[in-house]
Design a protein around this ligand. Structure first.
Ligand SMILES: [Zn+2]
Length: 98
């Protein structure tokens, strides 16, 4: 039996997508997460931050939001060019800047 989604309040859940992107500085990713929570009223179903080198990280974000909404928040935070250029659905992610 599926449980009620704690974010969209529906059974079944209205559907989430998982996005992945790379971030040169973990501190910049924190600025994104803070702004994303503010803009989407906390629409984060799952969030994983994996350190990939001394300062950088990869983020996997599951949310009900469309990729355009994620991109819009990325544009609003400083030093986000690598995040914007690597943002993809998890299944399409390569980490290569477009
Ligand atoms: Zn949901």
């Amino acid at each position: 039996m599926s449980e009620i989604c704690f974010i969209c309040n529906s059974i079944p859940c209205k559907g989430t997508s998982t996005y992945k992107f790379r971030c040169e500085l973990i501190t910049d990713s924190c600025k994104f997460i803070k702004e994303f929570i503010k803009e989407t009223y906390g629409d984060i179903v799952d969030l994983n931050i994996k350190k990939v080198h001394i300062l950088g990280c990869e983020i996997e974000l599951s949310t009900h939001c469309k990729i355009e909404a994620v991109r819009k928040v990325l544009y609003s935070v400083p030093s986000s060019h690598v995040m914007i250029e690597t943002l993809e659905l998890l299944e399409n992610y390569t980490g290569i800047r477009s």
